[in-house]
Design a binder for this molecule. Sequence first.
Ligand code: PMV
Length: 331
Amino acid sequence: MKKSDIISLIFQEDPCKKPAKLSSSVFAPTNIALCKYWGKRDEVLNLPYTQSLSITLPKYGTWTTIHLIEKPTDQVILEEKILPLEHPFSQRLIHFLDLFRPLSRPRFRIEIHMNIPLAAGLASSASGFASFILGLTDLFAWGLSLKELSILARLGSGSAARSFWQGFVKWNRGVRPDGMDSFAEPLTVTWPELCLGILILNKEQKKISSREAMQRTVLTSPFYKAWPHQVEKDFGIMVKALEEKNFPLLGATVESNALAMHATMLTSHPPICYIEPKTLVAMQKVWELRLHGLPLFFTQDAGPNLKLLFLKQNQKEVEANFPTLKSVQME
Ligand code: PMV
């Protein structure tokens, strides 16, 4: 199936035919996976092999303004700088926008501002694609449900499906080939004392995209076979830990889920290693602090940076040990 088939399933007519306004400004938060999405059962529609679970960071994400313009081409402005249309970021965005204007071809100026580094394993694409969908739906008054918006954002980046809600969000694997049952939804549980700290160790853009890394892992890692079973187990334990507010159980499962994901990458051919020397030093510090009684855990995505998980009552001690940490308390 093609992405355009999904657009035809959701919309009766050209989605960008009738603008309701001339510009729209929106914000979409980023989300960090506690139980990771790693591996696509459909590369085109970004359909996952497994379900996943994330936490939304309320104040981190992407601000996007989309203007309708009377110009022959789109304009992409990232952090107040015009980005050439040939730039891979512009290309990815324009291809995504093209899905929604098969006949009408309106042109847009898209202004993007993020308070997380781009493509450094900090889920910038999740909040980015969710914000593009929120901007379009506002501009063209689509009147769709959040479930449908989640499906549309997934076509841009898998993890974007989870960026429409605060708190804990699960993204259903689904079984249908068209992916209409693979959308995210919020969990009812809340945990205001839970904190997540962003530990930026290297802001550079990663050399291997998560798309390429996932594909290589699925195709070449002998460990990938074990991954879906691991996720099923971890997902169940995490939901139980959230319901019981069992922080050590949650933290230990989140950390080992991330390490299992990285184990599938390390055993790919050629190997993929997002763990840099600074990442390893920080991991060892977390383990050391934990041995001395501090309940502190980490998770890592497709980049060298870490996210630390801890409780509000330990925030001062954690920050004293990691002075550059940016702490976010859940809502
Ligand atoms: O949505 P993508 O293609 O950026 O992939 C995200 C992959 C991970 O961040 C490693 C895991 C996840 O569930 O977000």
